[in-house]
Ligand binder design. Sequence first.
Ligand code: V47
Length: 360
Amino acid sequence: MNLIDKVRQGDRLTQADGEALYDLDLMTLGELADAIRRDKYGTKTYFNINRHINPTNVCADTCKFCAYSASRKNPHQYTMTPDEVAAIAVEAHERGAKEVHIVSAHNPTGGVEWYMDAFAKVRAALPEIHIKAMTAAEVDYLSRTYGLSYDEVLDRMIESGVDSMPGGGAEIFDEKVREYLCKGKVTSDQWIDIHRKWHQRGRQSNATMLFGHVETRAHRVDHMLRLRALQDETGGFNAFIPLVYQKENNFLRVTEFPTGQEILKTYAISRILLDNIPHIKAYWASATIGLALIAQEFGCDDMDGTIEKESIQSAAGAESASGMDMESFVALIKNAGFTPVERDSLYRELKDDFYHRTNK
Ligand code: V47
């Protein structure tokens, strides 16, 4: 059967189908992905009011693409205390944040306690806030450094107040590319196993894919299909987030970068292939706000949030360091013809919220 008909009737697609989707023209792909998105969510675009906190940039691992960790290209090291992390969360909460997204480098000092104390202090100060924290790469780092099983690290996170896990550290699952990009870090199978164990605890998480560097289209499709297989098993992923590679201040030599068309195709294909992951997030800090707004017409129904302060993408060249204020964010979504809907971290729509109060 013709591939377009297969997509239109909602058939499950294979690796070969996924690769063939890239050969379709952008507008056809956009139309197919947009139909799926509109069928699920109409014109709604979800966002939340959140604060990204990156408590340290001192890292025991060396990923070639990373410009955030302290290195000879970025000699300025910092590490916050758990109290400083909690103070940032409290200030953000006073400004309306309902989620803190806490992701660190792999801190070789401070032990497991440094991580867990930060979560526990945020939880004690703000019983209601949603704590999304710890990538699978951090879970694996703590496990291999301190001799804990994944189960033990995950249980400690729950005891310390973590609600959900972000999708970072997935990069590209293909083993050869992964070895080139980030040898020694969590492997693909381990990343998947950690999320499986988290989901088995009744918890939810996201999944990312870092693309636009040395990987091929086939590697991207393979990455998505490995996530689809885990989602069939557990149903624990909320959102898939394709992260566009940023090229400054790192150690990865890449000469060709994805065009806007290639980025939009990748968003659209993820919406089509990931028939069991509810949300596709256009993370504007990596895509640029302009492309993220257009991505709403290519299958994306989520734009992350206001972020407030962003360190990882901006260290590598993105213009996202100070986040965005909520009024501008909402106005941009509306002007693009979509309906901004504030959500909580688990995608429940917020009816009596900051956004609605300030728009009366
Ligand atoms: O895992 C690192 C990526 C990720 C670069 O779960 C880079 O809601 C582009 O995971 N160019 C961390 N990307 C960010 C992340 C995330 C972001 C927003 C929302 C969520 C969520 C998760 O940033 C890392 C890595 O893949 N990254 N360096 C770079 N040069």
